[in-house]
Design a protein around this ligand. Structure first.
Ligand SMILES: O=P(O)(O)OC[C@@H](O)[C@@H](O)c1c[nH]c2ccccc12
Length: 262
């Protein structure tokens, strides 16, 4: 039987949060935060850009292993901004993606773009961490949450002045939509099996609510595909590996944006 990697990651995540909470309690974390101030709007940035690329900082993944082992935020984040990214997605999961909250915090000090905390968020604790480290938006993955949990977390994210990107992979997960969702992302990769197919986005496009900012995620590498997705109604395009596998991800993004213009 194929092991479902998502279950493994979530089990790990629960233990990780438990340990973190033991070191610094939720109320201690809350006390560190003054009245939350609005962040930089990711949905606005995506709507305003003719390109809408959300460039991801990702060192490794369970499906590809190491993509860019020694990647440094100090080099890549400013280069992404310079190249024309609309927002940055920063993986903060350590064991499976080689990221950290430090990476997020570092990116905050380096760029003025909206930052998405990309992790497997299952607890309010992680939302406080995200805000404290400078996130403007958080990812909530429908496959990891009940509709009730999703609503509670999205509501808290808004209270903390962060926007919410809800990730879905199939039509049935649209039941996770609630009034606190700002953006809906269609992940072309199934998180359990890693199978990636861009037609997932094209198929779900017609079912996504008009008022939400729409993002297509994963497995994107061709400018032509991104152009077609835009025509299908998407505003944002979350891309990691296509750039990170290059020794100079900023340059790879620059070239990609050039190609979108022809
Ligand atoms: O590297 P890619 O194929 O361009 O994919 C980026 C991003 O969509 C992917 O990293 C991702 C989408 N949803 C996730 C949830 C958790 C971790 C990672 C992801």
């Amino acid at each position: 039987m194929k092991e479902d990697i998502l279950q493994t990651i979530i089990a790990h995540k629960r233990r990780e949060i438990e340990a973190q909470e033991q070191a610094v309690s939720l109320s201690a974390l809350e006390a560190l935060l003054d009245t939350p101030m609005p962040g930089i709007s990711m949905k606005q940035a995506l709507r305003q850009s003719p390109f809408g690329i959300i460039a991801e900082f990702k060192r490794r993944s369970p499906s590809k292993d190491w993509i860019h082992r020694n990647a440094q935020t100090e080099v890549i984040a400013p280069a992404y901004q310079q190249a024309g990214a609309s927002a940055l997605s920063v993986l903060t999961d350590e064991p499976f993606f080689g990221g950290s909250l430090k990476d997020l915090q570092s990116c905050r000090s380096l760029v003025q773009l909206p930052l998405l905390r990309k992790d497997f968020i299952i607890s309010p604790y992680q939302l406080f961490q995200a805000k404290l480290k400078g996130a403007d938006a958080v990812l909530l993955i429908a496959a990891c949450l009940t509709t009730g949990q999703c609503k509670e977390l999205a509501h808290l994210a808004h209270e903390l002045q962060m926007e919410v990107l809800l990730e879905i992979h199939e039509e049935s997960e649209l039941d996770h939509l609630n009034p606190h969702i700002d953006m809906v992302g269609v992940n072309n990769r199934h998180l359990g099996t890693f199978h990636t197919d861009v037609s997932t986005s094209f198929q779900l496009a017609k079912l996504l609510p008009e008022e939400l900012t729409r993002v297509s995620e994963s497995g994107l590498s061709q400018p032509e595909t991104v152009k077609q997705l835009r025509e299908a109604g998407f505003h944002g395009f979350l891309m990691g590996e296509a750039f990170m596998k290059s020794p100079r991800p900023g340059e790879a993004l620059y070239n990609f944006i050039q190609a979108l213009q022809v």
